[in-house]
Design a protein around this ligand. Structure first.
Ligand SMILES: Nc1ncnc2c1ncn2[C@@H]1O[C@H](COP(=O)(O)OP(=O)(O)OP(=O)(O)O)[C@@H](O)[C@H]1O
Ligand SMILES: [Mg+2]
Length: 326
């Protein structure tokens, strides 16, 4: 069963320069109990898509069209009060991009986690909330006595664990983890990935993991969505995507990112020439065509059709998908 089904979603930002089409016709789904990756270069719309699941878009952003069904509820049509009281944090929660730097420096860590609990259980006594906060710290492998300390006494990895604890405070069913390992060194990255994997199993979670680093997603996810300039260009079971990438962009991403351990060889996206388009005025046709080695006239003119591969668990949006590797 699918816990989240997003269909033809468009999310636009109004700016003084025009409309930024950050998410522009996205289909996305999460099967219950699975871990789904979302990869793509900076600015392609990953965070915007994640925020739309929690109805937490910035003020100048809004869902322009499409539907978002979460556990059978139409997210977009739920009013803010119902969503806040019944859905956000209780059923779907998020570890925000860069959030480990967002802990308030003047409050103890356990008080901040207790505050997150209070938002949703106003009846719980302070002492109970602190005890729950400490249990959550234990769950993310932090000695609960550390809860009495301030964020600056925590390492980067511990702060990220504390943020994960906060996201789990209300026992959600689906967690969106936006760049959960970015800015951490490679050993801590691995520890956070192991933690997420363990929590997912223990708490029966479904996960969406957002990362520009495809090697992180390779370790954590069952399915992978490749996003380019506001659209999903390829989706499939993780091994399908890695063994048989069909979109030229996916192929570029995979060639660029070796495994997590192989930090030495890890480079940026330089392998793919050019830069992603400006989402104020994206190219016609296939948005990747100005950078694509296989582009022809049709790619410049017409958006690519979505081609479902033989396997039900793989599709690609490309006029000239790459051939079989074998
Ligand atoms: N509040 C905003 N107002 C206007 N444009 C915005 C706003 N937030 C994001 N954008 C634009 O929307 C597009 C998608 O941004 P988003 O943050 O979703 O990308 P991302 O894939 O998460 O990038 P990164 O990997 O850098 O986190 C970008 O072009 C960005 O500049
Ligand atoms: Mg982002």
């Amino acid at each position: 069963m699918n816990i989240l089904v997003v269909s033809d979603l468009r999310v636009y930002y109004q700016t003084t320069k025009g409309v930024v089409k950050a998410v522009d016709g996205v289909d996305f789904k999460v099967e219950e109990g699975t871990s789904v990756g979302l990869a793509g270069e900076s600015g392609c719309g990953k965070t915007t898509l994640g925020l739309s699941f929690l109805k937490l878009l910035p003020e100048n952003g809004a869902i322009a069209s499409g539907s978002l069904m979460f556990e059978g509820d139409d997210i977009d049509s739920l009013d803010e009060k119902t969503f806040r009281e019944e859905v956000r944090w209780n059923r779907i929660s998020m570890i925000f991009q860069g959030s480990m730097n967002a802990l308030n420096p003047v409050f103890k860590v356990e008080d901040q986690i207790a505050e997150a609990i209070k938002l949703h259980d106003k009846k719980m006594k302070k002492r109970e909330r602190i005890a729950t906060a400490r249990d959550l710290l234990r769950k993310v492998d932090i000695d609960p006595t550390m809860g009495r300390h301030y964020p600056h006494e925590f390492s980067g990895g511990m702060r990220q664990r504390a943020m994960i604890a906060m996201a789990l405070a209300c026992d959600p069913h689906l967690v969106i983890a936006d760049e959960p390992t970015t800015a951490l060194d490679v050993i801590v990255q691995k520890q956070i990935m192991d933690l997420l994997r363990r929590l997912k199993a223990e708490m029966n979670l479904s996960l969406v993991v957002i990362s520009h680093d495809i090697s992180v997603l390779a370790e954590l996810c069952d399915y992978l969505n490749i996003m380019y300039a506001g659209r999903i260009v390829e989706w499939g079971a993780i091994e399908e995507i890695f063994e048989n990438p069909r979109h030229h962009y996916t192929h570029g991403l995979i060639s660029t990112f070796p495994t997590v351990e192989d930090e030495e060889r890890k480079s940026t996206f330089e392998f793919i020439p050019g830069a992603p388009p400006n989402l104020l005025d994206p190219p016609l046709g296939c948005r990747f065509h100005p950078r694509c080695p296989a582009a022809t006239e049709i790619c410049r003119q017409e958006p690519p059709p979505e081609i479902r591969r033989q396997s039900e668990k793989h599709y690609v949006a490309c006029h000239h998908q790459r051939g079989d590797l074998h």
